[in-house]
Design a protein around this ligand. Sequence first.
Ligand code: SF4
Length: 207
Amino acid sequence: MLPATDLLRPVLILGWFARSKMNYIRINKSSVTEGPGIRLTLFVSGCRNHCPGCHNSDTWCFAAGEPFTEDTLGFILYHLSKPYIAGLSICGGEPFEPENQEGLVPLLRAVHRAFPEKPVWCYTGYEWEDLLEGGRKHTPDTAEFLSYMQALVAGPYKQEQRDITDSNRWRGSRNQRVLDVQKSLSSGFPVAFAGVPNNEVKKAEDR
Ligand code: SF4
């Protein structure tokens, strides 16, 4: 593995940190609720979904939390290097708000370069179709963002379908699905991530 300073150099040259306006709320260094294994979880600031009953409403404001800086990136890379950390999960807030996509892509690029073997999961309140070309959250950053993802937990939190039992593992409500991002991209339609209970993907009109 390269030292963190070498990993940081390309993004510093690009001046990413000078431009990035992304804030984050917190980083959980050892989470077991946002994907398989012990994971590092980043909660970004800013969400326009405002799902009724959301448990993370402290993350809705884009100005909440702290600016994501080069120190934050170094912190994430350092903790991801630990052998017991299975991967990175990105939560919110809403990672697919356009300003957060712009802020997250350089982070994901650096993580992919340093730890290609550590899968990245992401949580979004939007649907798969919202992220595709022509969708309401598709931006010039979306294709690269998705290229680094193993799994996407997709769909808004629905209070009336709340289920945090093991039969709805890694999700907050029963409408949400864990998608295999690379299979979904190559097939052109959302594909369920294998091995997750109650994870059949319904047609958009039936959700
Ligand atoms: S998308 Fe997530 S953070 Fe945003 S309102 Fe819904 S549950 Fe809360």
